[in-house]
Design a protein. Structure first.
Length: 196
């Protein structure tokens, strides 16, 4: 059985270069991971795994290209890998009774009403939360395209390279993703979305 070799930056110059690049773009990488993952814990894990992979495969980084683009591609790949690992969930209606392991079919799900919770009201009033909730409703492909274009301000070519798809696909995903995001934000109370 043959093991695949993983490159670890051996020289002090390689390690110094990698450390400087990490310091330069750590916050941006975390922001992209947060927008993709939708919560802080998963974003931290995603960022850490992406930096570990970047460190392991630093010899593959083309110094003529921006490090951030290469790192975004790694974040994207880690995110997709994590999505594939998750088990598919079967939707369950909250209005319909379901059966437990004993075969009882009269069990109903009761959810607490947190709508009057002052802490929740304050958090939801902040700008970041409604946008993140709306982003979370998008499928991963649309969410990634919107985050990379509208939050990270990458060009269509850079996004196509990161997402490994054509320019036409990027344009289509951005158009549809923005349209779905706009619709979702319009349904949020207190939001007024300007139409171009």
């Amino acid at each position: 059985m043959e093991c695949s070799k993983t490159y670890i930056p051996q020289t002090r110059a390689d390690r110094s270069e990698f450390d400087a690049l990490v310091r330069k773009c750590h916050r941006q990488a975390y922001n992209v991971a947060y927008r993709m993952a939708g919560n802080h814990a998963d974003a931290e894990d995603l960022t850490q795994e992406a930096f570990l992979r970047a460190f392991r495969f630093f010899d593959r980084y083309n110094r003529e290209m921006p490090f951030e683009n290469w790192l975004y591609r790694i974040i994207n790949n880690v995110f997709i890998d994590e999505l594939r690992k998750r088990p598919r969930m079967k939707p369950q209606s909250l209005d319909q009774p379901f059966s437990n392991s004993n075969g009882d079919s009269e069990l109903l799900i009761e959810l607490p009403d947190n709508s009057n919770n002052p802490e929740r009201i304050m958090v939801e009033a902040q700008l970041d939360e409604p946008i993140q909730r709306a982003l979370n409703t998008l499928t991963p492909d649309f969410r990634q395209a919107v985050v990379l274009a509208d939050i990270e301000c990458l060009s269509y070519e850079e996004i196509a390279d990161i997402m490994k798809c054509s320019l036409g696909t990027v344009r289509s995903r951005l158009h549809r993703g923005r349209k779905m995001l706009r619709r979702k934000l319009e349904t949020c109370s207190g939001w007024s979305v300007r139409r171009d």
